[in-house]
Design a protein around this ligand. Structure first.
Ligand code: DX5
Ligand code: ZN
Length: 217
């Protein structure tokens, strides 16, 4: 399985100090930064878009892992690329043309991720999509909000994907903590997103290094 990447979700950061929070996470050992873009339509919440991502960009060299919870994912590809996004993860539920979208993302110079909501079967991404994309995100909460309970019932999807695609980056997002990391790592996830679990921890560095050790063991 590919090496661990820990991607703290900026959704749990202090929004008045985004540059500081990004640098704080990198100092604590983060490999990536997870940026949740929500449009108030695909999910019932709003966050930020390209202008904010572009404002954080000069303050860190961290890899920008953009989770696009938007209804029209092809609309934002160029803007996110220009803003400095590096992984563009769209929801499989939001497009009828996933393969064309993956091509568009690659043409814009980014890696392409495909996200799967808890009630969406993993079969929807098995095959050509999994072969063309760079990462699959198995959501472990309903997308839209931080601080929700981890859904262990999504782990069979991770296990199935890992068996089929040993070299693929598989990300989990939602409710990841010291209590739920074992289930995720054992199932075969190697990209770990955590908002509350890292930002609200007394020692984020210890949480990040524990997550890494559990994935890489
Ligand atoms: C939820 C977002 C997550 C969120 C996770 O829709 O995709 O990235 O920040 O937050 P926690 O880790 O608190 O569940
Ligand atoms: Zn996310």
């Amino acid at each position: 399985m590919p090496v661990a990447k820990i991607s703290p979700s900026m959704l749990s950061s202090d929004f008045a100090n985004l540059a500081f929070e990004a640098k704080r996470m990198v100092k604590n050992g983060a490999d990536w930064l997870h940026l949740d873009v929500m449009d108030g339509h695909f999910v019932p919440n709003l966050t930020w878009g390209p202008p904010i991502i572009s404002a954080i960009r000069p303050h860190t060299e961290a890899y920008f892992d953009c989770h696009m919870m938007v209804s029209n994912p092809s609309q934002w590809v160029d803007d996110i690329a220009k803003a400095g996004g590096q992984m563009y993860t769209f929801h499989i539920e939001a497009t009828k043309e996933p393969l064309a979208l993956i091509k568009q993302i690659h043409a814009a110079g980014m890696q392409a991720g495909v996200a799967v909501k808890p009630n969406t079967p993993v079969e929807d991404v098995i095959g050509e999509i999994a072969e063309q994309c760079d990462m699959i995100l198995i959501m472990t909460v309903e997308p839209g909000f931080g601080g929700q309970r981890f859904m262990a019932e999504c782990m069979p999807k991770v296990e199935r994907l890992r068996r089929m695609y040993p070299g693929l980056d598989i990300e989990v997002d939602g409710g990841l903590s010291m209590e739920t990391i074992d289930a995720s790592a054992d199932a075969g996830a190697n990209v770990i997103v955590a908002g509350t679990g890292i930002f609200k921890a007394e020692k984020p560095d210890e949480v990040i290094s524990t997550f890494k050790d559990k994935v890489n063991k």
